[in-house]
Design a protein around this ligand. Structure first.
Ligand SMILES: [Zn+2]
Length: 705
């Protein structure tokens, strides 16, 4: 530590100069956005939203949407409206529900006035008093030989199995369950209420049923009372009673409408001054369980704050009105976009990019959570990833402690350019960039048939998601503000970028591409290092390099989406593209040499196609041109096909009417190997062929030849 102290003293003679930390914003712009954006304001929106149990189509969902409509108007957005969409099932809202133990002692076990998750969604009306019996997990095996008719069953599992096996098959009246959300160990979160649901559909001739949902602690206590034959006071009521028998009284009042019901999403705009077919789409999702402070109250609150900030800065004349439209969507997650694109297939072509936030408010010291910054997948790697990385990296570097930065005089500790909310923490920004995964609304935009590049912010792992613990106590206004800064910076830059940004966008995309190519090279080396079959290793390595260069070429051309395609722009793109061609030969030489070193040989193997590969290279596919039919007919689950869901999506995304099955396989294989099989699993030609064939058969895809 001595050395550090010495250099701190020396540092007083160093005059701090701040180079541009991200070339996409100048120093004044960074200061301006940090000054105006308020994680505290976002937090207040989250606070309001958390009160409603707001899954799709529920009364709470519409109340949340009404709130967002009003606040979006106050934030200065124009043409704010709720865009109604059909809901597959009926609208559902639980009005009241109570569960009491009446014997051996009176205890109120559940009341949805305390928390909505105490009743499983989909429950029907009830007013019953009955004995409680332990039924394990509610599986058929656990119910064998058990008389549950006229009783309520207690299960340590999600309630679905018990509803079918105990209620509808064996005449039980209802279910009390205790479980965990997202397959967590219940012992880690004994007081957490998981978000559970049962099917609203009732088999013919049966009456609808209900399920109450308790914390693991309460569930275990009930089980113990059932198992104890002597005197007990397991619930600590102050009254000793005989165990072994429990009688419950359940009262449930719900409203179930007719199917199809209604849902929808909220839209608002900042109208641009020049371009109206290059919209910047800023999204978050509105539906989820009561609470849902982080997932995705955080994103919804940030959208309102981003809208307010940009509009205030425009009004004050601190920034120009953007040239492009900025369009805000608070969605019914994933569903809203698919439905909207199918209903308005001409709309995606008016969208330039999607900036998505889902879970952007984690107090990271609680639950060891990391903010993931998610790139677009390889099928749509563009300039957007370069912009995202530059701005995101800036926030990561200036909001985490580094000894070297701290040694310079004049800088505050621990962070060199902190973004702190007034009521937030001073914790670091635990964030990292990760390859694409398909878990939230950004997935809609990167669909091959939609073609809009998208980046997303999602924190993970999250011990509180989809449970009663996703509430205000684990939200940090500071992290809200940092994530809002990243999205606002990008929207602000994209809002004004024109041909004058050509050099910057090309150079940053090219430089970032070189990082991706370095990663490709490493992955190619690892093939040669690790594969038994060296001919296969060499082939895979060559595919990784070939596909990497194709990806970078596409990324480079994507710059024209922002800066246009004047002769001047195209000339520059062509020059850099030529550089990529040279690079390909160099990278191929690298793997050739490595292969030769490893195998102690002077030659590399000739790459030959197997019979299956040859067949696959003769089939070229395109999407069904009618978007509604394409999505309607697409089949994800195909028997015999084992493939990671994100890679399955990429198989579809690479379909373009020019690529053969084999080309698509190569592209997805290269992407999976570049990230690692631990991330995306294994991709086989067989899986790709079967998946594509099944979708040709369904009519989602069409063969070109
Ligand atoms: Zn979410």
């Amino acid at each position: 530590m001595k050395k550090i102290i010495q250099s701190i003293l020396l540092s007083f003679i160093v005059i701090p100069t701040f180079a541009q930390e991200t070339p996409f914003l100048n120093d004044d712009e960074i200061r301006m956005l940090i000054n105006e954006l308020s994680g505290d304001r976002s937090f207040e929106h989250v606070r309001v939203l958390t009160q409603w149990h707001r899954n799709s189509g529920m009364e709470g969902y519409f109340k949340a949407a009404d709130y967002v409509v009003e606040e979006a108007k106050k934030a200065g957005l124009v043409d704010v409206k709720f865009i109604e969409q059909p809901l597959g099932g009926p609208n559902y809202t639980a009005k009241s529900a109570e569960l009491w133990m009446t014997e051996p002692v009176e205890i109120k076990l559940a009341d949805i006035g305390d928390h909505a998750l105490m009743l499983s969604d989909g429950s029907h009306d009830a007013d019953v008093t009955a004995e409680l019996v332990w039924a394990g997990t509610g599986s058929k095996a656990d119910l064998e030989g058990l008389d549950v008719a006229g009783k309520i069953v207690l299960v340590n599992a999600s309630p679905g199995a018990a509803v079918n096996n105990a209620v509808y098959a064996k005449g039980a009246l209802g279910v009390v369950c205790y479980t965990s959300s997202e397959s967590k160990n219940q012992m880690d979160f004994p007081d957490q209420l998981a978000w559970t649901r049962i099917s609203m559909n009732v088999p013919d001739g049966k009456e609808g049923t209900f399920a109450f949902n308790l914390s693991p602690r309460k569930g275990e206590q009930l089980r113990k009372v059932l198992e104890t034959n002597g005197m007990q006071d397991i619930f600590a009521t102050g009254k000793k009673t005989k165990g072994g028998k429990i009688v419950l009284k359940a009262k449930v009042d719900t409203e179930i409408g007719e199917a199809p019901g209604r849902t929808g999403f909220v839209e608002g705009w900042i109208r641009g001054s020049k371009y109206h077919d290059q919209q910047i789409m800023i999204t978050a999702h509105l539906q989820e369980e009561q609470g849902s402070a982080n997932d995705d109250g955080s994103g919804c609150g940030n959208l309102l704050e981003i809208a307010r900030t940009l509009n205030k800065l425009i009004e004050e004349g601190k920034i120009e009105r953007p040239l492009r439209d900025i369009r805000f969507w608070w969605t019914d997650e994933i569903y809203s976009e698919y439905r909207y694109f199918r209903d308005y297939p001409e709309e995606p072509s008016k969208m330039l990019a999607n900036l998505h936030q889902d879970m952007v408010g984690a107090k990271q010291s609680i639950g060891s959570r990391t903010q993931h910054l998610i790139y677009s997948p390889h099928s749509i790697t563009t300039y957007l990833d370069a912009l995202f990385e530059s701005v995101g990296q800036f926030v990561i570097e200036t909001n985490n402690p580094f000894i070297t930065a701290g040694r310079m005089g004049g800088l505050p500790r621990p962070h060199s350019r902190p973004i702190y909310a007034t009521r937030g923490t001073r914790e670091g920004f635990g964030a990292r960039f990760v390859p694409f995964f398909n878990a939230s609304d950004n997935l809609n935009f990167i669909e091959g048939a939609i073609g809009v590049p998208a980046v997303g912010l999602i924190n993970w792992d999250d011990y509180y998601i989809h449970s009663s613990d996703d509430d205000l106590w684990q939200i940090d206004a500071t992290q809200l503000q940092r994530n809002a800064f990243i999205i606002t910076s990008m929207a602000y830059y994209l809002g004004k970028a024109e041909e004058d940004q050509t050099n910057l966008l090309i150079s940053e995309t090219y430089a970032q591409g070189n990082k991706r190519l370095a990663n490709d090279l490493q992955a190619a080396f690892h093939q040669i290092e690790s594969q038994q079959d060296q001919a296969l290793a060499y082939k895979n390595a060559s595919i990784i390099i070939e596909q990497g260069l194709l990806r970078e070429s596409r990324a480079l051309i994507s710059v024209t989406d922002v800066v246009g395609n004047s002769d001047n722009v195209l000339k520059k793109v062509a020059i850099v593209n030529e550089r990529l061609r040279t690079k390909k030969a160099i990278l191929q030489n690298d793997i050739d040499d490595y292969y030769k070193f490893k195998n102690n040989t002077k030659r590399t193997p000739k790459i030959a196609l197997s019979k299956a590969e040859e067949l696959a290279s003769k089939k070229v596919v395109k999407n069904n041109p009618v978007l509604d039919e394409y999505f309607g007919k697409r089949r994800g689950g195909v028997s015999g096909v084992q493939i990671h869901s994100t890679m399955r999506m990429e198989v579809f995304n690479f379909v373009d009417g020019k690529r053969s099955y084999y080309d698509i396989y190569k592209a997805v294989l290269a992407e999976s190997l570049a990230a690692g099989t631990w991330y995306y699993g294994t991709v086989t030609l067989d899986a790709v062929v079967k998946l594509l064939d099944a979708n040709v058969a369904s009519g989602a895809l069409m063969l070109m030849n």
